[in-house]
Design a protein around this ligand. Structure first.
Ligand code: ZN
Length: 622
């Protein structure tokens, strides 16, 4: 039986390999790579050799095989512990490995140790799985090899597969722009939700699990490991923090000027080509420059920045061979541990500075100074061709390309030539903050907004729940114009939610908040996060994500036989109203010819009108 099944496995493997090589042959030419990091690969005789190493990085282990391997490794070493941090909707356990010389490996005791703590996660987009295979090798070398000293002064948390359900939707055809491994997981989770759009709204169990880990362990540095798509270039490992594009000035500076140069050097020493985060402005090649925009707290790196937690986004280059990418990720993880051992204290100090800073007003948006409007990462609309030149530029290690004319679409497309070229290119960064909102003392969220209150609490935002009803003088937003739909202006849901974009006017109210309502002070480390989650003009607020869509519903009305005579009497009683009515009709022909609109207008001027209609129910304490 065993023999037959292993023969079947071999056939399946060969079949997969053939279809995989067919799928991969459409990719641009590969540049042959060798580096010192190849010496990290375990010998064939090593009992702890990983599947990726065994298959010369053609294959990556499935969920069950990965977790079985980690169970064995962690039970064989007192330095490691494997814990569950949650379960997916399909019932898979999301595991985390704790690597520490502390005997008791709990959140409390790790914090007590005073050592810096590094949290790295792989497989948020599970087809981009380099981090998992790199982490397996590194943890093996820490536990069984000669890398134990890496955790002498640092505690290390590693999530090998965050999107465990997506990881098991495996196929050679999941990521057409990526060079290996041959079995790749799927981008979204089992609910077809993109986990890296869920950090603000918290719809998924996977991201809720990560937020719990962040709140319990309080990492000194958080790293989210991806593989990019897009244009070809020489860099294999690109990574960075938000720099000047965010809410943590001191952390941003440290990541850019201390952390990145150190890790870049380690990568170069081992034969890799580290680079900054890259995205071709014209989506084709880098001739018109690089553009990196702040995505907002729906993304891991922007979320981390907003809660003042040093956060690094890693984007390995999809066209580099899997072996090169995994080895580069190993070096990246290893040198991050080395750097934290040296700099742990100073990063804690800078983090505390950012956590205790309270800006008088906070921008809801960031844009590229040379551009008129904000552009979003998910939006395909850009202001191509009418962009002012960027004042700064970067030396860019590119790949030569030619423009081909398509016989299918009769449009131009880029063909990569596989030859290294270097050039200076414009570098556009969204460093200009705008749409500032004055920081309120705090927010009153009524008990009826139970779901939003629960999610704010999940983020770790401190709040006080009132046991008795309480009247408060607050500023509230009245909604004026509004539009449902995604940021491309299409009237369809995004990430399973009907978003809304609205303009508002602030009004003062004396509002009764029932028992169970909460007060959230903005004078707390997560005060900035609370603002971006509760201000309706923030694209990642619960309002914008559609959690308050019930306020768009008017539930009472007046029969015509009631409002008609009432309107007549209102006009007779008030010459001022008469004047306002005549002016409105003269200005607005559509209104003048719409009896229903006219009656609604009169209704809105009576005491019977629903005062809460189009009123955002969260109060701002000023
Ligand atoms: Zn990704």
């Amino acid at each position: 039986m065993k023999k037959n099944s292993s023969r079947f496995c071999l056939y399946a493997f060969l079949l997969l390999a053939v279809s995989f090589s067919k799928a991969q042959s459409i990719l641009p030419p590969v540049i042959d790579w060798h580096g010192k990091s190849e010496s990290l690969i375990a010998k064939a005789s090593d009992p702890w050799i990983t599947t990726a190493e065994k298959t010369n990085f053609n294959s990556t282990p499935g969920y069950a095989e990965t977790m079985d391997w980690f169970k064995k490794l962690t039970s064989a070493s007192p330095l490691l512990k494997m814990v569950s941090i949650g379960k997916t909707v399909e019932g898979r356990t999301i595991y985390m490995i704790i690597a520490s010389t502390e005997k008791i490996k709990t959140a409390v005791s790790l914090q007590k140790s005073g050592k810096p703590l590094f949290l790295a996660q792989a497989g948020i987009h599970s087809g981009e799985i380099d981090g998992k295979d790199a982490g397996m090798m590194l943890l093996r070398d820490i536990a069984m090899g000669n890398k134990k000293s890496l955790i002498d002064k640092v505690n290390f948390l590693f999530i090998p597969i965050l999107n465990a359900d997506g990881h098991e939707r495996s196929s050679p055809y999941n990521r057409p722009n990526q060079r290996g491994p041959q079995n790749m997981g799927w981008r979204t989770n089992a609910q077809n939700l993109n986990l890296n759009r869920d950090y603000a709204k918290l719809d998924t169990r996977e991201i809720r699990s990560v937020i719990n880990v962040i709140n319990e362990y309080n990492p000194s540095l958080y790293m989210d490991i991806h593989v990019t798509d897009g244009a070809d270039y020489q860099y294999d490992i690109t990574f960075g923090g938000l720099g000047k594009q965010g809410y943590s000035v001191n952390i941003g500076d440290w990541l850019e000027n201390q952390f990145k140069p150190f890790v870049d050097k380690s990568l170069q020493d081992k034969g890799h080509i580290p680079g900054p985060l890259l995205n071709a402005f014209n989506e084709r090649d880098f001739s018109e420059g690089n553009i990196i925009v702040t995505g907002g707290p729906r993304f891991s790196d922007s979320y981390g920045d907003l809660r003042h937690m040093p956060s690094i986004l890693v984007e390995n280059h999809s066209l580099k061979p899997y072996k090169q990418r995994v080895l580069g990720t190993y070096v990246l993880l290893e040198s991050t541990l080395q750097f934290l051992a040296i700099q742990g204290k100073s990063i804690r100090k800078l983090t505390d500075m950012d956590k205790s800073f309270r800006a008088d007003s906070l921008p809801m948006e960031w844009k590229v100074p040379q551009m008129k409007n904000r552009i979003s990462i998910d939006s395909k609309t850009s202001e191509q061709n009418n962009l002012a030149p960027a004042p700064d530029s970067i030396r860019f290690l590119g790949i030569a390309s030619t423009l081909q004319q398509s016989s299918v679409t009769h449009s131009g497309y880029v063909e990569w030539q596989g030859k290294p070229v270097s050039m200076n290119i414009a570098n556009y960064l969204s460093t200009e903050a705008f749409q500032f909102v004055k920081r309120p003392k705090g927010y009153w969220v009524p008990a009826a907004c139970e779901e939003v209150i629960n999610r704010l609490a999940l983020h770790g935002i401190q709040m006080t729940t009132i046991a008795q009803p309480r009247e408060e003088k607050v500023s509230m937003y009245r909604i004026n114009e509004y539009q449902f739909g995604n940021e491309n202006g299409e009237a369809k849901p995004f990430e399973g939610r009907m978003q809304v974009n609205a303009t508002t006017t602030a009004e003062m109210h004396t509002q009764l908040f029932p028992a169970g309502s909460v007060f959230i002070s903005t004078d707390q480390p997560l005060g900035d996060l609370a603002m971006l989650l509760l201000e309706p003009s923030s694209k990642d607020s619960y309002f914008s994500w559609g959690f308050f869509n019930a306020v768009f519903q008017r539930t009472e009305y007046m029969e015509a036989y009631v409002i008609q005579p009432m309107a007549k009497k209102m006009l007779e009683d008030s010459p001022a109203l008469q004047k306002e009515f005549e002016e409105k009709k003269a200005k607005d022909a559509k209104f003048a010819n719409d009896p229903f609109a006219i009656l609604t207008w009169f209704y809105s001027k009576t005491k019977y009108y629903d005062e809460r209609y189009l009123l955002y129910p969260v109060g701002r304490a000023m």
